[in-house]
Design a protein around this ligand. Sequence first.
Ligand code: PLP
Length: 501
Amino acid sequence: MKKVPSALLPVIAVDRKAPKPLHKQIYDAYRSMIVSRNLGADQQIPSTRALASELKISRIPVLTAYSQLLAEGYFEARAGSGTFVCSSLPDQWTSSDRGSSSPDVARSGARVTSRRSSLLPAYERLPWLSGLGAFNVSQPAFDQFPFQTWSRIVMRHCRNPRARELQYGGPLGFEELRKAICAYLRTARAVHCDPEQVMIVAGSQQALEITTRVLLDDRSAAWVEEPGYWLTRHVLTAAGCRLVPVPVDGEGLDVAFGVKTCRKARAAFVAPSHQFPLGATMSAARRLQLLDWAQSSGAWVIEDDYDSEYRYGSMPIASLQGLDHNSRVIYIGTFSKTLFPSLRLGYIVIPPDLVSRFAAVRYVMDIAPPHFFQAVLTDFMNEGHFARHIRRMRQLYSQRRTALVDELQKEFGSVLQVLGSEAGMHLAVLLPKGLRDQPIAARAAREKLWVAPLSPAYLGDTPRQGFILGFGNTTAEEMPNAVRRLKSVLLAEKSFRHKRT
Ligand SMILES: Cc1ncc(COP(=O)(O)O)c(C=O)c1O
């Protein structure tokens, strides 16, 4: 017999002293929940015994109410499974004007929300982030992930959950994982840290949110890279900060520009190892200049080190945090690129004197990170699978990157300028003058090519037009076809055809 989940007990209040009989009270309650759609088609109804026991009444009125609801077609009985709301309720029974319980927003008076939240663009699933495959910028090679190993560890933790894993943890996260991350960061990224400085978070995004709450106030000025990562800007906007766009060039952030424009900024948000989206690596001179400015003006530097495990043609560049002798850098990393983004795990390395502030802010936000995948990831790292996976992926992404760069050169020559292909899992291409990236990206998405437009990465009025092309989840074999399809999308643009003639 097919097992069915046990039904939820609905909110029904019965009044034994009321003149209305109990079976009628139950009947009316169910009917109105169905008509107002609080109970949906196919939803299971509790057994008469369970409901009677919950309401502390005899079964008889419950049986009477159920048989009437069955007779009228609100309920249906399924042999061996139980009683359900009918799967095919006539529309007129559930139309919104029949006892709908949804509030009437239009007549409820002024609905004041925060000014900050109104500054954020409405959430929408962007077309270029919607699908799997070429050239989605947010995707690692999913099919190459060692799921067998991962699921073995998952099963181990599912079968033997320890009590300490089931209760609230501390706001910094699971100690064993912080130790593993610390060992990794010291060796692979030359980060100065102790496990007590590491906080586990739900990806870089939560790291940016917590860091902003700790370090910045309403109207604090913050340097952001121009162009830069839009989700960093949105966090700052939602916090009421003043964004100061500082241009990036081939050496990364133009620190002198930032100092000239807004020396007194409270913080600078940078991705020095692999700038997003143009891909520059910040030069040693600029790094020192940035740290000097931070030290002399009492500012903070937030280092977003989101994908620097992958560097082609040279060794990974050491972190900016490792160069800092004044504890002015907050270092942020993520497992979204090295493992997979839905894991929602990342980390912050916090200057020692700020740890308790970060912990206090995190505690009110979500108390502590969920334990389960922290425990799984700890084993995955400590058993050597993480390091092995990164080594394999470095080789794989290197091949994919070379294939993409070669195909772009072959199909477009100098018409598309390629930038920032030395690291990470994406590169940028600039479109010839006169072309607009967003409509083309929307059209490409209809062809199942997920190219992110470059212009939304700019705050200023004259953004460069181009695309950010991810190569993590497109095989070298698929690359020629994917690039040819991109070319057909571009050739549909009259002004692009002219550039080529
Ligand atoms: C610049 C930058 N930082 C961070 C991330 C990772 O974000 P998260 O860890 O929240 O998934 C990304 C993802 O694409 C990114 O582009």
